[in-house]
Design a protein around this ligand. Structure first.
Ligand code: SF4
Length: 64
């Protein structure tokens, strides 16, 4: 499973980083950067929370 961030849609609200700081970082340009490519099984619940927390639906999970 991979997490994909839509750079056009992201508005830099930072909810993903607040919910899962080990998995996302809002970069200097105000756009989120996933810190992992493949989501570890142990992080699935956390990443699902982060995806749901994004107010503009810029994050999605994709089968790898
Ligand atoms: S919560 Fe959504 S809009 Fe905010 S930084 Fe994360 S991906 Fe971007």
């Amino acid at each position: 499973m991979r997490v994909v961030a839509d750079r056009e849609r992201c508005e830099g609200h930072g909810m993903c980083e607040a919910v899962a700081p080990t998995l996302f970082r809002v970069a200097d340009d105000g756009i989120t950067e996933p810190l992992v490519d493949t989501v570890a099984d142990a992080d699935r619940q956390l990443i699902a929370l982060a995806v749901d927390s994004c107010p503009v639906q810029a994050l999605r999970l994709q089968s790898s």
